[in-house]
Write a protein that binds this ligand. Structure first.
Ligand code: FPP
Ligand code: MG
Length: 337
């Protein structure tokens, strides 16, 4: 039986925070660049593409978990988190040379690299500028630290581009920095403005980190096993962009010398200009990750992170937000886009 669409599951999970998420949506349109028709067009394009809004939802839910929610502040900081996330994707698609996101052409494909760099800068600066006005230094520090980690994660990833010998600990470090840090920061900020004790804030931050890790492992797994139409981008994109992620690393581990050599040849063939050779190479790579059990091993790692996130929730107060956070773990591991 087909899984229910992600959007349907999300709207159910988000029910307790729906009015606040709607306000975040309104705030996002206010943050977009104004006063110039071209920039307004790009801002509209970006924010109307939608997305799962997992990071702002995490912040809003973490804010409701500990008994003293502050909806006003939570909506503000959730907007900052989503703005940083959007800025990072705009830059990431340029760095990765990705042509499609959420089924649409990426910003650099439509408007070129110059506009893309400046637009990402603008959005990031907006979030820092507006955050500074709150004078809430502890939270501003979290945003600045998290963004520095994200950039570092992207830089490490870029330095290993095209290199299949990337050690697995480096892969985990990249995931932790480029993805998990923002999930963790969203949870921490939500908790801090929701009356959490220091231990509780640290606990929900650790939960966010595990969930973020799980999210990115599944992202990397979907690149090999997903459906391009649902993903809104072609499969094997990571590999075509020269990024060797867990399914391929685990596949290499399981092959002998000849198998490794063949796989490397197929990786070269994937980016071949000849479409038939490229498709054949792609089929060979997909068969190898499946038949060696590397895909299943990748999913097992995602399940391990999901289980760790679940354990961290156990000591948290039991309420509606708790239930939704638990549901988000299930969605993250079972999603198909
Ligand atoms: C997507 O990873 C990218 C990230 C999780 C982080 C990107 C971070 C930056 C570019 C640095 C921060 C920059 C600013 C302006 C705040 P992916 O490429 O594996 O996933 P994808 O398939 O969604 O592209
Ligand atoms: Mg990318």
């Amino acid at each position: 039986m087909d899984k229910p669409p992600v959007a349907a599951i999300l709207s159910d999970l988000y029910r307790p925070i729906l009015p606040d998420l709607k306000r975040v949506e309104d705030e996002l349109t206010r943050i977009a660049p104004k006063g110039n028709p071209l920039l307004e067009e790009i801002g509209d394009y970006l924010f109307q593409l939608g997305g799962k809004r997992i990071r702002p939802a995490l912040l809003l839910l973490a804010n409701r978990l500990f008994g003293r929610p502050d909806a006003e502040a939570a909506v503000f900081w959730a907007t900052m988190i989503e703005t940083i996330h959007t800025a990072s994707l705009v830059h990431d698609d340029l760095v990765d040379n990705s042509n499609q996101r959420r089924g649409q052409a990426t910003v650099h494909v439509r408007w070129g690299a110059n506009i893309t760099v400046l637009l990402g800068d603008f959005l990031y600066l907006q979030s820092i500028r507006l955050s500074l006005r709150t004078r809430h230094n502890a939270l501003i520090d979290i945003l600045a630290d998290v963004t520095a980690l994200m950039v570092e994660g992207e830089l490490i990833e870029a330095s290993w581009r095209g290199k299949p010998e990337i050690p697995e600990p480096v892969y985990w470090d990249i995931l932790d920095k480029k993805t998990a840090a923002l999930f963790a920061g969203a949870c921490r900020i939500g908790a801090e403005i929701g009356g959490a004790s220091p231990d509780q804030a640290a606990g929900i931050e650790a939960f966010g980190r595990r969930l973020g890790l799980c999210f990115q492992i599944v992202d990397d797994w979907l690149d090999y096993s997903g459906d391009a139409a649902k993903l809104g981008k072609p499969v094997l994109s990571d590999l075509k962009e020269g990024r060797f992620t867990l399914p391929l690393l685990r596949c290499f581990d399981r092959l002998d010398g000849t198998g490794k050599r063949r796989l490397l040849e197929a990786v070269d063939g994937l980016v071949s200009a000849d479409r038939t050779s490229s498709e054949e190479a792609g089929r060979g790579i997909l068969a190898a990750v499946r038949e060696t059990g590397a895909l299943e091993a990748t999913l097992e790692e995602a399940r391990r992170s999901a289980a760790a996130a679940g354990s961290l929730l156990e000591s948290m107060p039991e309420n509606e937000a708790h239930g939704a956070l638990r549901g988000l773990i299930g969605l993250t591991i079972n999603r198909d886009k």
